[in-house]
Ligand binder design. Structure first.
Ligand code: ATP
Ligand code: MN
Length: 534
């Protein structure tokens, strides 16, 4: 606690402010004041986010302002909000923060590259939120904090208090409002901590293209020969799981930028799914759960305080947040060169996409814009059944510009740096969801190892008739029949039918982008082949 620091410039007069407090102090406050908070047997802080246990994308709003208006891709994702309504919600958050007995402030950085670094200030009401953001942002040294000055962007997290449903443009009691001109994000009606981190990501997604930098929803790691791999993918496709690879240094698990100099991580920590977590399958993540880690919405034994990672009675979206240095093999600082391999992860619940295939640059653009996965129970509220989803740039929910802006940047960079693009299906094999099963993690890891070891340089490929991908026919440590989806299906007719269905979903989805991209990219999409007629 400091006596000199205050928040009066925001109209907040709360006197007790814990700014960048130590982990033990945040533990003590959380345990004492936040209902349900407990310490796990290995020392993690187990916290509860309340009724929202995932992000609320439908409740995100962006203030329409003449300065930024022309850059924003307005629609269902970036829903416009007027300045006046923003101020109504802003004042509601400030009023709430003012009646709190004490507040937490996290002053920290987003972006490891000093050239593009933002100073972020989080103002929040819970020790859980402060510890979460201290894990997720890049923490300043004591000297950097002393010289911090004014932040570039401020997150006012009044999530413990609802939005007013009768405020214009509100469709629920939750509202996440981004104001690029005031450089503020206001959160009401959700205590899910992930909103803060993805809010900061949205800001980077707006700012970076202005400087010709590509912000990316991807994980990244680097091998012994300084070869960088980035792994794009929507929630649950394996970014965090597959980037934690003891053979390679982790750069980051979720948000990166690609500049003229190479790649940098936006964040200082990782946010791993904890569902079914086991030491055997994911040792690096399992062992990162210790004193300082925030465990969200997990269920534990009342006496032993041992977590049951298979228990999803609170949510399927249980999570662990820890600073990146809780992983053993990391790139520090989290900056590296240009990517050599670009992997698009998809979790195809239809079970028809090959588990690993090589893409042409045009196919890479096509699949980047499509952003296909099948959602099984995940991060977003209300999704419990699997369902095909297309989310441009593998993260449309966080993108602020039209997908073409990001796609152009990616295409330019792939071309300039001669990166190779791959599609890796971490989803179903042997049949669709319900019949088949999820690809074994050890097989997916072996396929990614093969990419890194250049094992696919000397193998035979077959062309996927409809999608046109090049599928390697052998891979070390993977049975060959697994590589060709059709071979894993007992019912070949069903395979053909389901594949046809998926091809049509791709074609339908891409129609909205056809006019805005060049012809080669449209042509790189799947074709409905005669062989698919059942
Ligand atoms: P988010 O954007 O929400 O952070 P993510 O892309 O980082 O999502 P992960 O946290 O890596 O996704 O989740 C992948 C989940 O799928 C993990 O729970 C992992 O154990 C499980 N899984 C099962 N089979 C595989 C596989 N073959 N490859 C990758 N992950 C798998
Ligand atoms: Mn992740």
């Amino acid at each position: 606690m400091t006596t000199t620091f205050n928040l009066k410039q925001y109209g907040i007069n709360t006197e007790t402010i814990y700014r960048n407090s130590s982990v033990p102090v945040l533990y003590e406050l959380g345990l004492r004041l936040e209902k349900g908070t407990a310490i796990s047997d290995v020392g993690a802080l187990m916290t509860y986010s309340g009724h929202k246990t995932g992000r609320s994308p439908k409740d995100k709003r962006v203030v329409k302002h003449p300065d930024s208006e022309k850059h924003i891709d307005w629609g269902d994702i970036n829903i416009a909000l007027d300045e006046h309504t923003f101020m109504v919600n802003h004042e509601r958050a400030i009023d709430y923060l003012n009646i709190c007995d004490h507040l937490y402030v996290v002053d920290a950085f987003a972006g490891w590259d000093p050239k593009y670094r933002l100073k972020i200030r989080i103002i929040c009401t819970r020790a859980y939120h402060a510890l979460f953001m201290q894990n997720m942002l890049i923490m300043p040294t004591a000297e950097e904090l002393a010289n911090f000055g004014e932040p570039d962007y401020v997150v006012l997290n009044g999530g413990g208090f609802p939005a007013n449903q009768y405020t214009s443009n509100m469709t629920s009691k939750t509202s996440i409002d981004v104001n690029l001109e005031r450089k503020e994000i206001v959160i009401l009606g959700t205590q899910y901590a992930g909103e803060m981190k993805k809010g900061v990501f949205s800001i980077m997604n707006y700012l970076m293209p202005l400087e010709n930098v590509l912000p990316m929803h991807c994980s990244a790691n680097v091998g012994e020969n300084d070869d960088v791999t980035i792994l794009f993918g929507l929630s649950g496709t394996g970014k965090t799981t597959l980037s934690a690879d003891p053979k390679r240094k982790l750069i980051g698990d979720d948000e990166h930028c690609w500049t003229d100099d190479g790649t940098f991580n936006i964040e200082g920590g990782c946010y791993a799914k904890a569902i079914n977590l086991s030491e055997e399958n994911e040792p690096d993540i399992y062992n990162a759960i210790r004193f300082g880690t925030v465990l969200e919405n997990v269920v534990y034994d009342k006496n032993t305080r041992k977590v049951d990672y298979t228990d999803t009675s609170i949510t399927q979206n249980t999570r662990a947040s820890y600073p990146i240095d809780f992983i053993d093999n990391i790139q520090m600082p989290c900056i590296a060169g240009h990517p050599e391999n670009i992997i698009f992860l998809t979790c195809d619940a239809f079970g028809v996409l090959p588990p690993v295939s090589k893409l042409t640059p045009e196919q890479a653009s096509y699949h980047f814009i499509s952003g296909y996965t099948a959602k099984v129970a995940g991060t977003e509220m209300g999704v419990t059944e699997p369902q095909a989803t297309f989310s441009a740039c593998f993260g449309a929910a966080f993108m602020m510009w039209h997908p073409n802006r990001y796609a152009e940047l990616l295409a330019e960079k792939i071309k300039e740096h001669k990166a190779t693009a791959w599609l890796v299906n971490t989803g179903w094999t042997g049949g669709a969801y319900g019949v088949g099963s999820r690809m074994k993690l050890k097989y997916t890891r072996a396929m990614i190892d093969a990419i890194h070891n250049k094992d696919f340089e000397n193998v035979e490929f077959v062309r996927d008739e409809e999608f046109g991908f090049q599928i390697p026919t052998t891979c070390p440590n993977v049975p060959s029949e697994v590589l060709i989806p059709k071979n894993t299906w007992e019912d070949k007719e069903a395979y053909t039918e389901v594949k046809k269905k998926l091809v049509n979903l791709f074609v339908e989805n891409f129609k909205q982008f056809e006019a805005g991209v060049n012809e080669e990219i449209v042509k790189a999409g799947p074709e409905v082949d005669m062989s698919l007629q059942v």
